[in-house]
Design a protein around this ligand. Structure first.
Ligand SMILES: C[S@@+](CC[C@H](N)C(=O)[O-])C[C@H]1O[C@@H](n2cnc3c(N)ncnc32)[C@H](O)[C@@H]1O
Length: 550
């Protein structure tokens, strides 16, 4: 596996699973997970999956009722072992079975990573051996372990940059933090060589399984057996605190024997699901496309959508943007979109039941509930809408006396009193969607063809689409690797999200234009072309057209 960028994480072509096996054999460790996957076939009657883990939980004072572990080619999962009524406790896990750390409010996952490695090194004598031995040797689909082709196929810098950061952290932690103290009293691993690969395995296991049962700023915990539940946005079970510090899995509706028992990992977008868990949810209602709010980008979006610049002397042929009037500068600063302490991360998002926050960098495995977005069903986050309204208003009066706050200016269902300014803002948003779409190569259909294994069609479509589509390795090969398929699925969903947002904004423009007085829509300084989707979705010819993702 190769690190994106210059640093080499490990020998190219050696999978993280193999590296962990090497690490384990070097330390005389064994994995029942390896046996379960067929490495050591047993002719006798097959044991129930993870039977040793179930026995360990029960003998430690826990209980397992009406639920069983299942195993298929995708790994472990839980299923109802019998019909179960709503509200039943399926698993009760006493505190001595929680792998966590105390005496500290350190919320980082590092302490948990240390613990997982330390217990793995301790081997059979560890109290957690039945848990550690059933952990997967690799978490399939994590982009941290993608090769360069699969990482490139994501075409989405917010995720690829995060992957690079994690890989850099692993290398620097193993080389600069661990290596110098190896063998000393401060060494958490008692002199054992724990390299970036072993840490990478532990990081993958922790990010894909840890629960923040005590809140986002409190230490996380691994909950054996409970963490075999897979994710659904329509779960039939939940995690809840039980008596005596125990953690329980409780059925949230009646279960029928044999059906999978699923929990929600939280209202997470696909960036987060991919980075931490190695899978994506198609049409994920919490998904977003992240952008960096930047005046140049907004001006480019205006150009794409055919929206005239506000009357502040912008020269559309110059790369230099003239300074903004003081009222706009102050307004952007009030929205924290400019100035010191600005947070320019904004997002376009899916209109769904519970829209996600603009950030994908929240704490891992949060079990917090989703908070409905302000302003109803908005396809963009309120800060983005507010910022674009400010930059599309010809003067402060066009904001209609609204206080410059996200609450006031970021409401989708509360347009500016000045209809021309509101229409200009909405058209600018269509331009923004078009620019974001243009950052991806190829179309949704190209990606669908790739996933359907029709590389020739995809290649032809790619050439037709201005010679850009999937990477050559995607189009040339007959079969995408699993990681590449995941990457293509990921980017295809992002494109769909942007097309949906484009359609929703265009619909809103039509509604508002129709409700405005005749001539009102034209007075917005926009064109019907913008109302119909803005710029054809390619952003060509736009100043700063190359800008986009954060
Ligand atoms: C907490 S573990 C669940 C147990 C896991 N399946 C196992 O084999 O141990 C989380 C991992 O399960 C898989 N997973 C969970 N829910 C999934 C879903 N809805 N689709 C695909 N994979 C899922 C992913 O590999 C994820 O990293």
């Amino acid at each position: 596996m190769q690190l994106p960028g210059s640093a080499r994480f490990s020998v190219r072509g050696v999978s993280p699973t193999r590296m962990v096996k090497l690490f384990m054999s070097r330390h005389g460790l064994h994995s029942t997970a390896a046996s379960a996957s067929g490495a050591a076939a047993t002719p006798a009657a097959p044991a129930a999956p993870a039977a040793d883990l179930v026995t360990w939980v029960e003998s430690s004072g826990g209980s397992i009722t009406g639920v069983a572990v299942r195993r298929d080619e995708a790994g472990f999962g839980l299923q109802a072992a019998s019909d179960v009524s709503a509200g039943s406790t399926l698993i009760s896990l006493p505190p001595r079975c929680h792998l966590t750390y105390d005496g500290s409010t350190d919320a980082r996952l590092l302490a948990l990573i240390d613990q997982v490695v330390a217990h793995r090194l301790e081997g059979a004598t560890s109290h957690f051996a039945p848990y550690i031995n059933n952990l997967p040797l690799g978490v399939a689909g994590l982009p941290m372990f993608f090769n360069g082709d699969a990482l490139g196929a994501l075409q989405y810098p917010p995720v690829t940059e995060q992957v690079k950061r994690r890989c850099r952290w692993l290398l620097s932690f193993s080389q600069q933090a661990l290596a110098p103290i190896r063998g000393s009293e401060a060494d958490p691993f008692g002199g054992a060589e724990v390299d970036a690969n072993a840490l990478g395995w532990a990081l993958a296991v922790v990010t894909s399984r840890a629960f923040r049962t005590r809140g986002p700023s409190q230490p996380a915990a691994m909950l054996p057996l409970i963490d075999m539940a897979n994710h659904s946005f329509e779960p039939n079970a939940k995690i809840a605190p039980g008596p005596g510090g125990s953690m329980c899995m409780v059925a949230t509706r009646q279960l029928v024997a044999g059906e999978p028992v699923l929990i929600s990992y939280g209202p997470l977008g696909n960036d987060f699901l991919l980075l931490d868990y190695g899978f994506v949810m198609p049409t994920n209602p919490y998904d977003t496309v992240q952008l960096r709010f930047d005046r140049g980008l907004i001006e480019a979006a205006k150009a794409v959508a055919g929206v005239g610049s506000s009357d502040n002397g912008t020269d559309s042929t110059s790369d230099e943007l003239p300074p903004l009037p003081a009222w706009q500068q102050q307004a952007l600063a009030s929205l924290q979109l400019a100035g010191s302490g600005a947070n320019t991360e904004v997002s376009i998002r899916r209109q769904g039941p519970g829209q996600a926050s603009s950030s994908s960098s929240s704490s891992s495995s949060s079990s917090s509930n989703s908070k409905p977005a302000e302003g109803g069903e908005s396809p963009v986050d309120p800060r983005l809408l507010a910022g674009v309204r400010v930059l599309c208003a010809p003067n402060a009066a066009a904001l209609g006396g609204k206080a410059v706050s996200v609450e006031q200016l970021g409401r989708w269902d509360a347009p500016l009193a000045s209809m021309p300014a509101e229409l200009a803002a909405l058209r600018t948003l269509t331009g923004l969607c078009a620019i974001a779409l243009s950052q991806f190569k190829g179309t949704v259909d190209d990606d669908a063809a790739l996933l359907a294994g029709i590389p020739a069609a995809a290649a032809a479509a790619a050439q037709a689409a201005e010679g850009v589509a999937g990477t050559s390795s995607e189009t040339e090969q007959q079969q995408l690797t699993e990681d590449q398929q995941l990457a293509v699925q990921f980017r295809m969903d992002k494109k769909r999200l942007l097309l949906e947002a484009l359609a929703a904004i265009s619909q809103r423009i039509k509604q508002l234009a129709a409700s405005a007085s005749p001539g009102g829509a034209r007075g917005a300084g926009g064109r019907q072309q913008a109302a119909n989707g803005g710029g054809g979705g390619r952003g060509t010819g736009a100043k700063n057209g190359g800008r986009g993702f954060g």
